[in-house]
Design a protein around this ligand. Structure first.
Ligand code: SF4
Length: 366
């Protein structure tokens, strides 16, 4: 990959190049708008000659090629519930997973690998390989829009967005302005990091916030998320609640439910203590059992019982099935499978094989 291709990973670099070609702010915004919305650059009734500088116009086909070459589809994996998981190759050959979700959502990856090392996650097993550039993040949305409508973007794929904050904020800025995604429909998902609570309120576009809590017990959290910032669950909820009050959006707490780990009565008490009276929604997602990892999915009945109990105790809780993607517990499985296959059969990466990730019940809300 050439240096100029690498530079194209960042939106700031694309903007620089456009300016060098004589683009004014309106041209720049137009090009980013059409790209992020997966529309052709000659869209609209006015001929480009009537408003675009010649140098920019002439460079447009090459520029469009470079933007569409940021990602290459490696394989497509539809699930029974209408979601679809794509394995996408970046220009240096690294791969990320992007998921088209039911109801016009897309889940994007912000890193190749992840340094947090959650013990139940395949992505966490390989550590951080590299950051995904802001343009590569927007390119995932543009790619998804070639296949389906996208009105919501969640940063819940591979990686911890807080560890790639500048790129994620730059992508959020584009998506929430020219990208035609409502601010509330951009969901920044984090294990919790002080920098997020400081930076997010300062952005022009303020996304909704999802916090991966998984347990209310600080010592268990340190075991499950070994390299997450050392914020106690109490401090985490306090900082998140501040953000909820500033933005007027509720915090979505994510809880990957694992049998015998965090499905206990003690946790129910802990959740009630932490979240009672907070502007919050708890999402319980039964773990998607992964070969090679020792954690188990609890029975649907046990998960439903926990949700009912929390509801009775005044905590707004939803039980969500994996919807083809297991929010975090399943992220990285596809990439891991592909790497494993490549290890054994370097010449034979299979394409377009349908895989059913979960026994599909539709996303269920109690
Ligand atoms: S669950 Fe999320 S934060 Fe944890 S290791 Fe996996 S990708 Fe990273």
């Amino acid at each position: 990959m050439s240096n100029s291709d690498m530079a194209f990973q960042q939106i700031s670099e694309i903007r620089n190049q456009l300016r060098c070609l004589g683009a004014r702010p309106a041209h720049e915004q137009r090009i980013l708008r059409l790209w992020s919305q997966a529309k052709p650059q000659n869209s609209g009734s006015r001929p480009l000659e009537s408003f675009m500088p010649a140098a920019l116009r002439q460079a447009l086909p090459q520029l469009t090629d470079r933007l569409s070459n940021l990602l290459r589809l490696q394989s497509t994996h539809p699930a029974e519930d209408g979601s679809v998981r794509w394995l996408l190759a970046l220009q240096d050959g690294q791969t990320v997973e992007t998921v088209g979700l039911p109801r016009d959502g897309v889940c994007v990856s912000s890193q190749v690998g992840c340094a947090v090392g959650c013990v139940f996650c395949m992505t966490g097993k390989e550590g951080l390989i590299r950051q995904v550039g802001s343009a590569e993040i927007v390119a995932q949305v543009a790619f998804a829009r070639l296949h389906r409508a996208v009105k919501k973007v969640v940063f819940m794929g591979m990686g911890e967005p807080a560890h790639n904050l500048d790129n994620v904020m730059e992508a959020i800025d584009v998506l929430g302005t020219v990208g035609n995604i409502g601010h509330k429909s951009l969901v920044f998902s984090t294990v919790g990091d002080q920098r997020v609570f400081e930076q997010l309120p300062l952005g022009l576009v303020k996304p909704a916030l999802a916090v991966s809590l998984h347990t209310t017990r600080a010592e268990l959290r340190a075991e499950l998320l070994p390299r997450a910032p050392k914020m106690s669950p109490v401090a985490l909820v306090e900082a998140a609640e501040n953000y909820a009050q500033q933005t007027g959006y509720p915090i979505q707490y994510q809880w990957t439910l694992m049998e015998g780990v965090n499905d206990t009565e003690e946790e129910i008490e802990g959740i009630v203590r932490l979240l009672k009276g907070k502007y919050a929604l708890m999402n319980m997602i039964p773990y998607n059992t992964v070969e090679d990892l020792p954690f188990k999915r609890p029975s649907w009945e046990r998960a439903a019982e926990m949700v009912r109990t929390l509801h009775r105790r005044g905590i707004l809780t939803k039980l969500r099935n994996s919807a083809g993607q297991d929010v975090e517990g399943g992220c990285g499985q596809l990439r891991a499978r592909q790497l494993k296959a490549a290890d054994h059969q370097p010449q034979q990466v299979r394409h377009e094989a349908p895989i059913h990730f979960v026994k599909a019940k539709p996303a269920t809300v109690l």
